[in-house]
Design a protein around this ligand. Structure first.
Ligand SMILES: Nc1nc2c(ncn2[C@@H]2O[C@H](COP(=O)(O)OP(=O)(O)O)[C@@H](O)[C@H]2O)c(=O)[nH]1
Ligand SMILES: [Mg+2]
Length: 384
């Protein structure tokens, strides 16, 4: 390997020395000012490869070569991705349009690529969009009617990030529980010991609904309380909201140990990464999920994407603050249509036509890394 560092009084002198030592077809990798004039990195033609540190003139030179090569690689990759993007669009415009639809609506690249790969051949643009809509609807995991949480009754703890709407949703569920089973059959438990006023908020709802309210600010108290409520058809437990990365979110296990099923309450009006984090932390092991704040969510695509990938059954959706009116059984066609419509919004975040090749470059790079990691993104999607 003959990548070498040359220091010379000026560029001309440096180039002459390079030609002299490495031959006429030597490649100059970079130049930069040096206290003695100019420093040049050069390699003999045909021997351009990533240098081993010990083989180079000095460590600083070596790391500069690596940085330079990595920059060149990135440039080349983006250019190739741009060409590939143009070629793909000419070759398979329908598939590319399908991916654009999904990205624009806030769906992530993993799902978009999986679906694009499954798109049946030979569909025109309209048929492809109809296919996409159907596949999304079919893959949206729903809590089936026969498994209606409230009709069956049971003990449920609402878990989720701070402010996701747990207490409000609990009040809405309690009101439905009262309609179904009567006020004497419903009990509320405030296990939200971390926020002053949390129990007070709940007590207002308990009073309005005429149901009993209990406070259990630790696991031991909850373990003692639950047997006392054994006769109740429906027990709803409000919990403290934590950030998804707060170690206290592990308290989900506490509920499992007490035979309490968890319902993850997740606000759809957050950015995709926050939804994903909440879905991972609160959704794992949960019996179901409730999506809240759909009224404040212009692009619910990210929330649907997360639900589909995590296969967390959606029990209810909440679209407002009113108790008990703003809680509904999910309507998959409506949700998917809203998500796809969200992609047509003109926002500063929407990609412009000239952004796509660049985006494709980033995607190609990610895809490569993903492939290297051996991740299979196509698992479990029912696109047939
Ligand atoms: N717009 C809207 N606001 C909601 C919804 N659900 C809850 N909220 C509001 O979000 C705020 C936080 O709700 P809260 O139930 O206290 O959240 P918690 O911290 O998870 O218990 C309150 O102002 C609620 O009225 C919803 O579906 N839509
Ligand atoms: Mg609360």
């Amino acid at each position: 390997m003959s990548v070498q560092v040359f220091v010379a009084a000026n560029a001309r002198e440096g180039l002459a020395r390079i030609r002299n030592e490495l031959g006429d077809d030597a490649v100059v990798l970079s130049t930069r000012p040096h206290p003695q004039g100019v420093e040049l990195l050069a390699s003999a033609y045909g021997e351009l490869a990533v240098p081993a540190v010990s083989e180079t003139a000095d460590a600083a030179g070596s790391s500069r070569i690596l940085a330079e090569l990595s920059r060149l690689r990135g440039m080349l990759q983006n250019q190739l991705a741009g060409f590939a993007w143009g070629a793909a669009r000419r070759r398979d415009p329908v598939r590319v349009a399908l991916m654009q639809t999904l990205f624009a609506a806030g769906f992530g690249s993993s799902l978009a690529r999986t679906l694009a790969a499954r798109l049946p051949r030979g569909l025109d643009a309209d048929a492809a969009q109809r296919w996409l809509r159907q596949v999304l609807i079919r893959n949206l995991p729903l809590q089936g009617r026969d498994a209606d949480l409230l009709a069956r009754g049971g003990r449920y703890a609402l878990v989720g990030s701070t402010g996701s709407g747990k207490t409000t949703t609990l009040a809405k569920l309690a009101a439905r529980g009262v309609d179904a089973h009567g006020a004497t059959q419903v009990a509320l438990v405030a296990a939200d010991a971390y926020r002053i006023g949390a129990a007070a908020q709940l007590s207002v709802y308990a009073e309005l609904l005429g149901v009993s309210l209990h406070v259990a600010d630790d696991q031991a108290r909850l373990a003692l309380l639950l047997p006392e409520l054994a006769a109740k058809k429906l027990v709803l437990i409000d919990t403290a909201g934590f950030a998804p990365n707060d170690p206290r979110t592990r308290e989900g296990k506490v509920f499992d140990a007490l035979g309490v099923r968890r319902i993850a309450v997740i606000s759809a009006s957050q950015q995709g990464a926050a939804i994903e984090q909440a879905m991972t932390r609160f959704g794992q092991g949960a019996a179901a999920c409730i999506l809240t704040k759909l009224d404040e969510t212009p692009q619910p695509g990210a929330a649907l994407d997360s639900l589909i990938r995590h296969r967390l059954p959606l029990a209810y959706v909440s679209g407002g603050q009113r108790v008990p009116e703003d809680l509904h059984a999910p309507n998959p066609s409506y949700l998917v249509d809203r998500a796809l419509k969200g992609g047509q919004l003109a926002t500063p975040y929407a990609l412009e036509a000239e952004d796509w090749p660049l985006f494709a470059g980033v995607e190609a790079d990610r895809e490569e890394r993903r492939t290297l990691k051996g991740m299979n993104t196509q698992k479990g999607i029912n696109a047939g």
